[in-house]
Design a protein around this ligand. Structure first.
Ligand SMILES: Nc1ncnc2c1ncn2[C@@H]1O[C@H](COP(=O)(O)OP(=O)(O)O)[C@@H](O)[C@H]1O
Ligand SMILES: [Mg+2]
Length: 251
């Protein structure tokens, strides 16, 4: 049997991945995220994104600044395949998520993305370990394996002794740590964080940021983080500002 005839796919590459999802042997990996000439409007009057371009490589951390209402959350939702662009290209680890139907986009999202929201969005009726296990179960990991992995991830964010707690028993900072554990447990290539410290006081927010920084580095994920906070922006090596005219480098 000649190995060369086998598809050159790693365990994470999937058929819907298109050309980038199945790189030739020895070829450099595709960028984690490639956004090209992205346009999005809401109704005829409201042009939100008018030709956005952005490339993120593995391990790269980008802070996204910009005034309220300028379209930062919209950009993250488009990248996650939760909204559809009017035109333009979005490739996630080579997968053309802009061109996929909802089901295919959901599969790519479940595998490749971890999302941290300002409002945490933990499921209130599930224990912490169950909340953290969700991305694993979505990815098809058997329940017997998902639980110890979720518990180990909670341990890494300092909540190893709270696995059986309910979200309402935690402080806001602790809930955000659970949300981070949930975003990272399935080792996604891209972490999207939408004002992850927006509901936290400065000290708790600082601790959450340090943890995001540490965990994103440990997992080798790329990070695209919307923030209003310069403290938060400091953990990124690139700071970009979204304006009505497009993305520009921020100091
Ligand atoms: N689903 C939607 N329908 C209509 N308008 C929307 C929708 N989502 C966002 N918008 C509008 O798009 C603009 C950008 O919103 P958003 O991306 O949430 O801004 P930001 O996150 O930068 O504060 C706002 O004017 C908002 O009202
Ligand atoms: Mg927003």
């Amino acid at each position: 049997m000649n190995d060369a005839v086998l598809p050159a796919e790693g365990p994470r590459a999937h058929a819907e991945g298109g050309p980038g999802g199945a790189a030739a042997p020895g070829a450099p990996p595709p960028p984690t995220l490639e956004v090209i000439d992205l346009h999005k409007r809401f109704g005829p009057e409201r042009e939100v994104l008018a030709g956005i371009g952005l490339t993120l490589h593995p391990g790269e951390r980008v802070a996204l600044l910009g005034e309220s209402g300028v379209g930062k959350s919209t950009l993250l939702n488009l990248v996650a395949g939760l909204e559809r662009p009017d035109s333009g290209t979005i490739r996630l680890a080579g997968h053309p998520i802009h061109a996929m139907d909802e089901e295919a986009a959901a599969r790519v999202r479940a595998r490749e993305i971890g999302f941290v929201f300002q409002a945490f969005h933990l499921l209130p009726h599930l224990r912490l370990w169950q909340n953290v296990a969700i991305p694993l179960l979505l990815a098809g990991v058997p329940a017997a394996e998902a639980r110890p992995r979720a518990e180990a991830m909670l341990e890494r964010v300092g909540l190893g002794d709270r696995c059986r707690s309910m979200p309402r028993e935690l402080s806001g900072g602790e809930q955000q740590r659970v949300a981070l554990a949930r975003a990272l447990v399935h080792r996604p290539r891209l972490i999207l964080a939408d004002e992850p410290t927006g509901n936290l006081d400065p000290r708790t927010g600082g601790a959450a940021l340090a943890l995001i920084d540490e965990q994103v580095r440990a997992h080798g994920a790329a990070l695209l983080m919307v923030t209003h906070s310069l403290q938060a922006a400091a953990i990124a090596e690139r700071r970009l500002r979204l304006t009505p005219a497009g993305l520009e480098t921020a100091s």
